[in-house]
Design a protein around this ligand. Structure first.
Ligand SMILES: [Zn+2]
Length: 750
């Protein structure tokens, strides 16, 4: 693309830039279009499902455009996570929020003003604070320029969305204050109405709207009846599915109970809900993200702001409240695009619980029922029940909720893989409906449970008192089990062959279709539940040999160790998919290593040699041929030093770029010219890199005969102030060479 070429001449194509910064070989659907438009400075609304590669749509343009990109993000945890991932790829990103000390904020502010940062994440409150809008932003614009403004989780701007935040509304002022700066709004969830609202509220200018498919092909959806053996099934599924998982429950109490029970049964599980104190919550979340504990049992309070890509299963042990919520929660599985499992345990008892919760929605001041809210909630619950009871493709139902048509036959949902056989239950339906008709004759209305009791000849006191043991339909259904009658009744309601009143008590009422059945004019077919196996989520790239599996395990341990050393989650180091490719292809050189998907330039520099060494050792132990060339001693990074030094001692992307050119033999003056930097800046990069422990060839920077004198001066005045050293040396020595030698001294003697 010409637009990208003119901006970032060092890359021939967007793909090359993608590989360089993020390690991927190709874009995911929709990403390229969005990035090209961003480089053209267009306003955009991007609607992409979680796990669709949304962040990359703004991160790559931020790196390719001059100036600083402001990213508005509502959640501190999400900000930190994204910045961590970016920095591990060597990308200059930082965030400002209330969790930082004043000193840290100042230091980050300086880095921004010096142009050392490409992406700045801020919470809306901070961005909209007077100090920020009146002083900081204009200053950034004048000093380094604002490349664009990105508004993540843009649905927060809309009252129609599920997560409205009033402060997001005020972001509209950005457009009037910075009319020339393009705005990109992103969201993972938006119905037509929310979309229109985002465009209007943020005053997007002739925006292009990209709505990518919400289909998540790597997720397997299934619904299981929550019967007596549900807990055993749950344990079995967790034990048989490798990797991390989330189990959702409706209440805090159930979360605590289930987490304790799982622990007793030998599964490393921790609870998470709003009733725990903030410290415990953070601690449990961290344990989960860092793979110290495999399962988190949680209320829906858990998940927002979690970006763990390798969650292998999400189990709803209780019924979710609505389809959108279910889509979002289950969508926390498999963000790394690997096969993952979404299971929903369904029981009619849960419906009662949610109905009760809905009935509690009252105005706290007056105690009056909030009818509108109750009506919407009931409607949403109805759709969840329809989803759970459906016999058609689960994807078709979910996607229709987002206005997307899906043809079905997905092969990765229970209904497509194990279609339920349809059986003719017309006679049973007639028995059931005529029982309801007998009640109606006496102007009485009852629910499903009572009707079944009468059919099955129950001696319950209520039935005897109502004299329903005298009805002609009393006891005519003894040949079927309670469960079978329930299944029929549900199906009749679902197929709208009978109506169920939803005004508090769910009583049954015959409709036109019911009468057609009773008159023998209509047949009734129902899908009969059979026990179905749970397919275990298996990785898409299977490890075909025992050997590669063993190596994979070793690489996983290595990754965990490196991650723990840096206090980051393992996925920040490498994804599972990358590790598996390493185990399969067993690269032996840096060039081969760079070809692994997910391995970019920075990753090779940072981790390449450690991983190559592990692979080589493994091959030697197993008598496999080893490349004649031994792994070179680490060139760029000192491996005995912490891989990422904390805080200010972390190399920025621009420094590493200088290093790369310098190591390829380019002279500092030429680097400065090619990169349009001042020579002093390049020399400062090299000095700082030297101090951080990167290998920088001193011979090419300061001639040997000049070093002794400079070191002598440092010896007498210390390696603090450059001015002091220069004064000690007298005329004839330059700032740059003093700076380089001071760094060398600091590295070796402090
Ligand atoms: Zn399907």
């Amino acid at each position: 693309m010409t637009s990208s070429l003119s901006i970032a001449p060092e890359f021939v194509s967007l793909e090359q830039a993608l590989k360089h910064y993020f390690g991927y070989d190709s874009f995911r659907p929709g990403q390229r279009e969005v990035i090209e438009r961003a480089l053209d400075n267009r306003d955009q609304l991007v609607v992409m499902p979680t796990g669709g590669g949304k962040s990359l749509c703004f991160q790559l343009p931020a790196l390719l455009k001059p100036g600083l990109m402001i990213v508005v993000s509502p959640l501190i945890a999400l900000m930190q996570d994204q910045v961590e991932l970016l920095r591990d790829n060597g990308i200059a990103a930082t965030f400002l929020n209330s969790s930082l000390s004043a000193e840290e904020r100042r230091s980050r502010g300086r880095a921004v003003m010096e142009g050392r940062i490409k992406l700045l994440y801020v919470a809306p409150e901070r961005l909209l604070s007077e100090d920020f809008t009146n002083a900081v932003l204009p200053h950034i614009r004048d000093r380094v320029g604002i490349s664009s403004i990105t508004i993540d989780e843009a649905h927060c701007v809309s009252e129609w969305g599920h997560d409205f935040r009033p402060e997001y509304r005020q972001l509209s002022c950005l457009r009037s204050q910075y009319p020339a700066v393009p705005i990109m709004a992103l969201t993972a969830t938006a119905t037509e109405r929310v979309r229109e609202d985002i465009i209007k509220q943020l005053q997007l200018r002739d925006p292009t709207v990209l709505v990518s498919s919400f289909n998540r092909p790597n997720l397997y959806y299934e619904v299981r009846p929550k019967g007596k053996t549900a807990y055993q099934e749950l344990v079995k599924q967790i034990k048989e599915t490798p990797g991390a998982g989330i189990v959702y429950c409706l209440s805090r109490k159930k979360v605590d109970e289930l987490a304790a029970k799982l622990k007793q049964d030998g599964i490393a599980a921790l609870p998470y809900h709003a009733g725990l104190n903030a410290e415990t919550r953070t601690e449990n979340q961290t344990q989960f993200i860092r793979d110290n504990v495999r399962v988190i049992v949680a209320t829906i309070a858990f998940g927002m702001g979690i970006n763990k890509p390798d969650v292998r299963f999400v189990i709803h042990y209780d019924l979710p409240r609505n389809i959108e919520g279910y889509y979002q929660e289950s969508g926390r599985a498999g963000r790394d695009s690997e096969p993952s499992q979404c299971t929903l345990f369904f029981s009619t008892a849960d419906i009662r619980t949610i109905e009760f919760l809905i009935s509690q929605k009252v105005n706290p001041a007056t105690g009056e029922a909030l009818e509108e809210e109750q009506r919407i909630a009931t409607q949403q619950l109805r759709r969840v029940i329809n989803y759970a009871e459906a016999t058609e493709c689960r994807r078709t139902i979910q996607l229709s909720y987002f206005g997307e048509e899906f043809p079905g036959n997905c092969e990765t949902c229970d209904n497509c893989r194990y279609p339920k056989p349809l059986e003719d239950w017309t006679i049973e339906a007639q028995k059931f409906l005529s029982c309801v008709a007998r009640f109606a004759q006496k102007n009485q209305h009852f629910g499903i449970g009572y009707t079944i009791d009468v059919l099955r000849g129950s001696r319950a006191e209520r039935i005897l008192k109502n004299q329903h043991d005298k009805l002609s339909t009393y006891g005519i259904g003894r040949d079927r089990t309670l469960e079978e009658w329930r299944m029929l009744a549900r199906s009749l309601v679902h197929q709208r062959l009978i109506d169920e009143a939803a005004d508090g008590y769910s009583v049954l009422m015959l409709n036109e279709l019911s009468w057609e059945i009773l008159r023998g004019q209509r047949k009734v077919q129902i899908a009969v539940d059979k026990v179905k196996p749970t397919p275990v989520a298996t990785p898409s790239i299977s490890l075909d040999t025992k050997e590669s599996e063993e190596l994979y395990n070793r690489l996983q341990h290595l990754r965990k160790r490196l991650a723990d050393e840096q206090s980051v989650p393992p996925y920040v180091v490498f994804s599972n998919a990358s590790l598996r490719l390493m185990a399969q292809q067993q690269p032996q050189t840096r060039e081969q290593f760079l070809k692994i998907s997910g391995v970019g330039t920075r990753k090779v520099a940072q981790y390449g040699d450690v991983f190559l060494a592990e692979i080589q050792e493994f091959r030697e132990e197993n008598g496999l041929p080893v490349d004649a060339d031994p792994i070179p001693t680490p060139k760029i990074i000192k491996l005995d030093a912490p891989i990422v030094a904390p805080g200010a001692h972390e190399a920025t992307y621009t420094q590493l770029y200088t290093l790369e050119m310098f190591q390829q033999g380019t002279k500092p003056a030429d680097i400065a010219e090619q990169r349009n930097l001042r020579l002093t800046t390049v020399m400062t990069h090299l000095a700082e890199l030297l101090e951080m422990g990167y290998e920088v060839d001193l011979d090419r920077l300061v001639p040997r005969y000049r070093r002794a004198k400079i070191l002598e001066a440092i010896g007498s005045v210390g390696d603090g102030s450059l001015t002091d050293i220069r004064e000690e040396l007298g005329e004839g020595y330059g700032w740059d060479e003093i700076k380089i030698m001071r760094s060398w001294h600091r590295k070796n003697y402090s």
